[in-house]
Design a protein around this ligand. Structure first.
Ligand code: MV4
Length: 525
């Protein structure tokens, strides 16, 4: 077993990896930027190395500095967490070439899955159903028109190099194809440095369900069931559940077997996630993409299977077989996770950085909070503003929801704005409670909210409106400056930039509906 592992990350996921290291009596080593000298993950490690200034391109994305830190401290392995360098095949290769172990799959599997078109070809090769569409980039507008006719409108154009919705366009009919084709290509070029786009038939109101897979170096590949991730805002997950409220053991086995076939086909190692779109009515499922990392939402799988995914990542990288077989995996009860962000839901979810002046973290039966902050922590503008992942487990979905509601009401964060009030509303929403989820949930939920608040907007304070708009303009100027800095550094893949930079919020300047941003303070109890 490794004696020292360097953690190439920060925040809650660094803390999660530190805990797995401690359980295995491995010494965790932190890296940190100049903005993170007092961060929680630094204080919890045995050693910590400063790897550069606040901007992540100069610190958490600095491959040379991170590998040097590992060598200088005698670490034998590097855990990349998620985001930053986690899916950068060049990083995985550089780590291995430096004589260190990369806790993740091989660079080759990462490269195949890094391109959506090559991932789709791998899926076909493995016999896994994909969303109908092309498996090569479109070479001309004529080809786009012909394939759109072949598969039938509505279609979606997606960036080959992409993932997560950037460079994605829904095209309802031929009238929209020209402008969608041109804008998808230019968005893909500026986001990924690669203008290639391909085409898929659009699946209407699908669920987004993903399968957790795990592989060791001894030929064992297993699945740990599904997570329901249909609740997304601007292609970022908001709430995740295990199992899906569909909770269909036959569907789980079919999707699990497909995911295992794909992992085998690319000689996968460690933890991976295979994403699918699921048509509710027919229970047909279609491969979307494979994420070659530990996912943010892994805790819901851990709560329901009782397994420790990070521990297993470390032990299989060290050469051990998986500690369980497929037939040992069982799913007990239900878990639901909320991603709590330092964002202002009353101001279009703009980041709300600053010092946490007060913190009361919920606890009690069935509650787990994976956090990267504490009282007096500074939430930096430089990184993803995730504060914690609040998860609840119960014997049934209803029991998990009861506990989640209680925990959300207990949770108090002072000094900054958070998304907690939105979660308190979602867990009381009838549609959410019903479990009839699909990818249109958030927009329907927002419609219901604004409908309920139309009268509220009328008597709002005009001076507060001005203050809100000033704050929005200031944040936007800061955002544009960060974006310009990031684009100067061409070798940085967009996926590894912070979540809110990727979410394209600058377009809010042009499109924001000022009335809908003024909402009533939700009743929490
Ligand atoms: C789709 C789709 C419908 N048909 N692909 C892909 C990235 C993800 N963030 C959004 N994606 C979608 N891809 C086809 N062929 C619908 C979506 C989608 C979506 C998926 C999951 C959760 C929320 C979503 C919101 C809008 C669109």
């Amino acid at each position: 077993m490794f004696r020292k592992i360097l953690i190439a990350n920060r925040g809650e996921i660094a803390v999660r990896i530190i805990r797995a290291c401690r359980d295995l009596v491995i010494s965790p080593i932190a890296v940190y930027s100049e903005a993170d000298t007092r961060a929680v993950h630094v204080g919890l490690c045995d050693e910590a190395v400063c790897i550069g200034p606040a901007a992540s391109v100069h610190s958490y994305l600095n491959i040379v500095a991170i590998i040097n830190a590992a060598k200088n401290t005698g670490a034998e392995a590097i855990h990349p967490g998620y985001g930053f360098l986690a899916e950068n095949a060049d990083f995985a290769q550089a780590v291995t070439e430096a004589g260190l172990a990369f806790i993740g799959p091989g660079a080759e599997a990462m490269r195949i899955m890094g391109s959506k078109t090559s991932a789709r070809r791998a899926a076909i090769h493995a016999g896994v159903p994909i969303v109908p569409g092309t498996v090569e980039a479109l070479t001309s507008f004529d080809e786009a028109r012909n394939t759109a006719e072949q598969f039938g409108y509505p279609v979606m154009l997606k960036a080959s190099a992409g993932g997560g919705g950037k460079g994605m366009r829904l095209v309802a009919s031929f009238d929209e194809l020209r402008s969608a084709f041109d804008s998808a290509k230019s968005e893909a070029a500026s986001a990924f440095g690669d203008s290639a786009v391909y085409l898929e038939k659009a699946i209407e109101r699908p669920r987004h369900i993903e399968i957790q897979v795990f592989a060791d170096g001894h030929g064992n590949v297993v699945h740990l069931g599904e997570r329901e991730c249909s609740i997304q805002r601007r292609h970022q997950k908001v709430i995740e559940e295990c199992p899906s409220p569909i909770n269909d053991p036959v569907l789980r086995e079919r999707m699990g077997a497909a995911a295992v076939k794909l992992a085998r086909a690319v000689n996968y190692l460690g933890a991976g996630t295979v994403e699918f779109l699921v048509a509710d009515a027919t229970r047909d499922f279609y491969f979307l993409e494979m994420n070659t990392r530990l996912q943010v939402e892994h805790p819901v799988t851990e709560l329901v299977t009782g397994l420790d995914l990070v521990r297993e990542q470390i032990t299989v990288t060290a050469g051990a077989p998986l500690s369980f077989r497929q037939e040992d995996v069982s799913w007990n009860g239900h878990a639901i996770e909320c991603r709590v962000y330092a964002e202002d839901p009353e101001n279009n979810f703009f980041p709300s950085p600053g010092r946490i002046t007060y913190l009361k973290v919920p606890c009690g039966p069935g509650i787990r909070d994976d956090s990267g902050v504490e009282a007096n922590s500074e939430v930096s503008i430089h990184y993803d503003p995730l504060i914690s992942k609040l998860a609840a487990w119960g014997r049934s979905r209803d029991e998990a929801l009861d506990r989640l509601r209680r925990a959300l009401d207990e949770y108090e964060v002072g000094g900054i704005k958070t998304t907690l009030p939105v979660f308190r509303e979602i867990v009381r929403d009838k549609e959410f409670q019903s479990g009839q989820l699909d990818t249109g949930f958030i927009s329907r939920f927002n419609e219901r909210r604004s409908a309920a608040r139309v009268s509220e907007a009328k008597d709002s304070d005009p001076e507060q409106q001005v203050r809100n708009d000033m704050a929005l303009i200031a944040a936007s100027i800061h955002y544009l400056r960060l974006q310009r800095e990031a684009s100067r550094n061409a070798q940085v893949p967009v996926e590894t930039q912070s979540r809110w930079k990727m979410s394209g919020r600058v377009d809010l300047l042009a499109t924001r509906d000022v009335t809908s941003s003024r909402v009533k303070k939700p009743r929490t109890r």
